[in-house]
Design a protein around this ligand. Structure first.
Ligand SMILES: NC(=O)c1ccc[n+]([C@@H]2O[C@H](COP(=O)([O-])OP(=O)(O)OC[C@H]3O[C@@H](n4cnc5c(N)ncnc54)[C@H](OP(=O)(O)O)[C@@H]3O)[C@@H](O)[C@H]2O)c1
Length: 282
């Protein structure tokens, strides 16, 4: 098994740089996928209330030989739950579903600036309570743009421990990631392989061929060398194992720059724009 580096967060806690995500994994497949990941050696699982599989993530961790504190668990506040009193109930429910008395990291899933009168600040203050009472070891945000982060900095006392944003070779989201670097907010890269879209790119295929690695490993290694935290999703055991092997090789001089050059800017974005996204379930 290869060792995974930890990234130190601004609150003193540490997060394993590599994990696995469970977005779009049906609850009926989640215990199996997470169990394969834990057997492979992953110690970091990224779920969300919105994914509908927190319960199965908890089940898989309990079914493993591992102690709770050996696995880093992230979940996220759903979009319908931003009002502070609702957020408090939703966080209780997340812990109940997982079957744990704490999460390692809890995130506001989307800023939703067009909803709730644009008020994500009171939501963040509710998150600060979860950190203060120890039930969320760290708190962070997801899909926050620079102006959203600046508002939290101006109006609250806690700097988010991470910002989880869409980031892959075709959409490198450089301004938001650079803001994070400058303000002690590590970047978590969601859809790190753009749900497979970047894997047929000839530049990536050529590097993979040269290094004797797969395109997914090359892309994930590129993230790691940029210092990003990654948690690719897969339900396929061979891919779960493939995506694990990122710390026994390096890109060669010029390779990372060649991947950097694939950035398509805004045209490469695959998911919704955080300034406009206003989906609330139910
Ligand atoms: N905060 C947010 O708003 C947000 C949004 C999206 C995602 N996320 C998080 O980020 C995680 C990862 O993002 P994602 O799930 O959108 O996409 P992703 O990890 O970029 O890609 C997943 C897709 O790629 C395939 N795949 C995985 N490994 C592969 C490999 N080695 N070779 C070929 N294909 C491979 C998977 O197929 P199979 O499963 O069929 O193997 C799946 O279709 C999510 O699970 C979630 O935890 C967060």
């Amino acid at each position: 098994m290869t060792d995974v580096p930890s990234i130190r967060l601004n609150d003193g806690n540490e997060i394993p740089q590599r994990g696995c995500g469970v977005f779009q994994i049906d609850p009926s497949e989640t215990v199996e996928a997470v169990s394969v990941a834990l057997e492979t050696g992953y110690r970091h699982i990224d779920t969300a209330e919105m994914y509908g599989n927190e319960k199965e993530v908890g089940e898989a961790i309990r079914a493993s030989e591992l102690d709770r504190d050996e696995v880093y668990v992230t979940s996220k506040l759903n979009n319908s739950n931003h009002r502070p009193d609702v957020a408090r109930r939703a966080f209780d429910e997340t812990l109940h579903e997982l079957g744990f008395d704490y999460v390692d990291l809890f995130l506001i899933h989307w800023p939703l600036p067009t909803l709730y009168d644009g008020d994500f600040v009171s939501t963040w203050k509710a998150m600060e309570e979860f950190k203060a009472d120890g039930r969320a070891r760290s708190i962070g945000v997801s899909n926050f743009q620079i102006d959203h982060l600046e508002r939290l900095a101006a109006e609250t006392d806690t700097v988010p421990a991470v910002n989880q944003i869409e980031l892959h070779p075709y959409f490198q989201n450089r301004e938001v990631a650079a803001y994070g670097d400058e303000h002690g907010i590590p970047t978590e890269a969601w859809s790190p392989i753009a749900q497979g879209e970047v894997l047929d790119d000839p530049v990536i295929a050529e590097i993979a061929e040269k290094l004797g690695r797969t395109p997914a490993q090359v892309v994930l290694r590129w993230h790691v060398q940029h210092g990003y935290i990654v948690f690719p999703k897969s339900v396929t055991p061979e891919r779960i194992r493939e995506n694990f092997e990122l710390f026994d090789f390096e890109l060669e001089p010029g390779d990372a720059e060649a991947v950097d050059a694939l950035d398509r800017g805004e045209a490469g974005r695959t998911g919704p724009h955080p300034d406009r996204f206003d989906y609330t379930p139910g």
